[in-house]
Design a protein around this ligand. Structure first.
Ligand code: OAD
Length: 272
């Protein structure tokens, strides 16, 4: 049974649990980036409100859409890239990186592809669903990370052409040194998640897991807090709405992560 608490009164017991922990792991989802201006997927007005995930979130759906309705792919890419372009880490990401500097936190496991945990300064970030700014060769598997500037130059170049269709896309996307096509290295529905074994290993070593801004409905990622709980971790959820993790949560802090994580950090700094 979770303990519901009010955001303005984070109990001392919770702060003590964080301060005395040796290995906090953060498990994050789209909600942690909401205050960076990136809409979530399933909230009202979120990406899956506007676009059908079966169409734009699966390899087959996306390929079929680009061949038959390229204008819908163009609209999807323009909208998603536009929100990412100017996004910078918010106070939630920064608080998470501060917890690493204080040597309380070692690992961030995220479902986000927006690179914001790394930009905030965390050094051990496991990206289960990949990274928007990395490409992967579909022939040899070689990966190449782009800077945001490089990525958006390429994207702008492709998306602003007079015509957008399958042939144009194929001729404009980068090629690997082996000649293969480089695709964006994000995980679509039905594709294997990345570094899951590493994520399970880190989750099972956690003594505290902060579950931040995720609905907990997309598997296998959503099994991470369960693994941590079974291995003995205390689970603290930070979310304005309770997620699918109800039964395994020790504390639910009801609120936006940028505010709550900053509050927690301030309290922790007062104690140590
Ligand atoms: P969802 O859109 O499913 O859930 C977002 C969660 O963030 C919800 O629980 C919200 O209540 C919460 N939230 C909203 N604003 C918040 C805020 N300011 N602070 C804290 N929490 C807030 O996003 P994910 O759970 O990340 O996968 O979705 C998981 C996966 O489903 C994504 O990685 C993506 C998606 O389809 C793929 O595309 C493979």
């Amino acid at each position: 049974m979770h303990k519901r608490i009010i955001k303005d009164r984070i109990p001392q017991e919770l702060i003590d649990t964080i301060v005395t922990s040796h290995n906090i792991v953060v498990f994050s989802g789209a909600g942690i980036s909401a205050e960076s201006g990136i809409p979530t997927f399933r909230d009202k007005g979120g990406l899956w409100d506007k676009f059908n995930p079966e169409e734009v979130g699966t390899p087959g759906g996306l390929l079929s859409l680009v061949m038959n309705h390229p204008e819908r792919v163009l609209a999807f890419l323009k909208e998603s890239f536009e929100t990412m372009r100017n996004a910078i880490p918010n106070e939630g990401h920064i608080a998470v990186s501060e917890l690493e500097k204080l040597e309380l936190l070692k690992t961030v496991i995220t479902q986000n592809v927006d690179n914001l945990h790394t930009e905030a300064g965390n050094t051990n970030v496991i990206e289960l669903h990949g990274n928007l700014y990395r490409f992967r060769c579909i022939r040899c598997g070689r990966k190449e990370k782009y800077s945001k500037k490089q990525f958006f130059e390429l994207a702008d170049n492709i998306l602003s052409q007079d015509e957008f269709n399958f042939e144009k896309l194929l001729s404009s996307i980068p090629r690997c040194t082996c000649g293969g096509i480089m695709r964006i290295d994000v995980v679509l529905f039905g594709e294997p998640v990345q570094d899951m074994d590493l994520a399970y290993a880190e989750a099972s070593r956690a003594d505290v897991m902060l579950v931040v801004g995720t609905s907990g409905v997309v598997y296998p990622a959503a099994s991470i807090p369960v693994v941590a709980k079974r291995a003995g971790a205390k689970i603290i959820e930070i979310n304005p709405t309770i997620s699918g993790f109800g039964d395994i949560i020790d504390w639910w802090i009801e609120g936006k992560s940028a505010i709550v994580l900053k509050q927690i950090l301030d309290e922790v700094k007062r104690v140590i």
